[in-house]
Design a protein around this ligand. Structure first.
Ligand code: Q46
Ligand code: ZN
Length: 327
């Protein structure tokens, strides 16, 4: 197979586009796809300060790399979740990348700062690990962006992630979640703008991008992901995509173009019912926000195997400045 652009031998084929690319043209293809998503969904402009949620995995590091290469003002935020060696290693990859690009990386350590880690804290709060983790991430990314004066939070959700989430939401006809499923969630009511610039790029493309760009990333999946529904949806879609390349993109973009405008009113109505949480100031529809409830139940619960010291009491949730001089 030859590169679609310059006709030298291809190093990767992208079946969805029925095209092969050489290394240089593939890197350009990825950056073009990102630029197209940024432009078509009006995600941010050259002056905006972007906070990239960095996990140490391929997607978030590729995203950060592309944004920096395209000249955007992008800092990283790494959240230490206290998931044993997985967290230790993923943190190292995030730090190494930041150092190699001379980029700013903000770090928040969940056990050190809030007194719980995901394995033990989620059990104490009687939540599934990924539910406690997702809730913590959403809250802390938003809070860190507000504290740091960033215009937008960018996450590394790719086409495969978004198609799998859409499948799950559709199987349950969850209108509130479907209404919120969009590559851009606008700012307002205490929320900073959130964007997903990798929505036009697949998982395999992001792994190839990292290899070509010499970006080291954590290859192992988070151990808590095993058996979760999201992986099941991804596998189901992979089988469909294998037989019919382009199905995932058709599913996701068909929804975004034709269905999303019809269900967005549900999400907007929810936003209007928000008020600030008395504990942390974050927007919530409940008396106290879900993050404060989680900290109350999970605080002080740490997995002994991780070697964390158990704090006497969970600190307050409001971020007061830069952690360790950074957040
Ligand atoms: S990190 Fe957190 Fe994921 Fe691990 S606990 Fe689940 S949500 S699987 S992206
Ligand atoms: Zn709160």
């Amino acid at each position: 197979m030859k590169c679609r652009v310059c006709r030298v031998p291809a190093v990767i084929d992208v079946r969805r586009h029925n095209a092969g690319f050489c290394a240089n043209c593939f890197v350009k293809h990825c950056r073009d796809q990102l630029a197209r998503a940024v432009e078509s969904y009006d995600m941010f402009g050259p002056e905006d300060r972007i906070l990239v949620a960095v996990s140490g995995g391929k997607d978030s590091l590729a995203l950060w790399d592309m944004l920096l290469s395209l000249g955007y003002r992008a800092d990283g935020l790494y959240l230490g979740l206290g998931i044993g060696t997985y967290s230790d290693e993923s943190g190292s990859y995030a730090r190494d990348f930041a150092r190699s690009r001379d980029a700013e990386l903000i770090e928040i350590d969940l056990p050190g700062r809030f007194g719980y880690d995901i394995p033990a804290g989620s059990a104490a709060a009687r939540r599934a690990p990924c539910s406690a983790c997702g809730l913590s991430k959403r809250h802390l990314f938003n809070q860190a962006a507000l504290d740091g004066g960033y215009d937008v939070v960018a996450t590394g959700h790719n086409l495969d992630d978004e198609a799998a989430v859409l499948l799950g939401n559709t199987l349950r006809w969850d209108l509130a979640y479907l209404g919120r499923q969009h590559p851009v969630l606008p700012a307002g009511n205490g929320f900073v703008r959130k964007v997903k610039p990798l929505v036009r790029l697949g998982e395999r493309e992001m792994a190839a991008y990292c290899v070509i760009q010499d970006i080291d990333y954590i290859v192992e999946e988070c151990p808590m992901a095993e058996g979760n529904r999201h992986l099941g949806y991804k596998n189901a879609l992979n089988e469909i995509e294998d037989r019919s390349p382009g199905s995932k993109a058709a599913f996701l973009f068909g929804f975004l173009d034709r269905m999303a405008p019809l269900v967005q009113a549900t999400a907007e109505a929810e936003r209007e019912a928000l008020h600030p949480c008395p504990g942390c100031g974050s927007p919530t529809v409940s008396e106290v926000c879900a993050f404060c409830k989680l900290v109350e139940r999970a605080g002080g619960h740490l997995d002994d195997r991780t070697g964390h010291e158990v704090p006497v009491a969970a600190p307050t949730t409001r971020s007061s400045g830069r952690d360790g001089g950074r957040l």
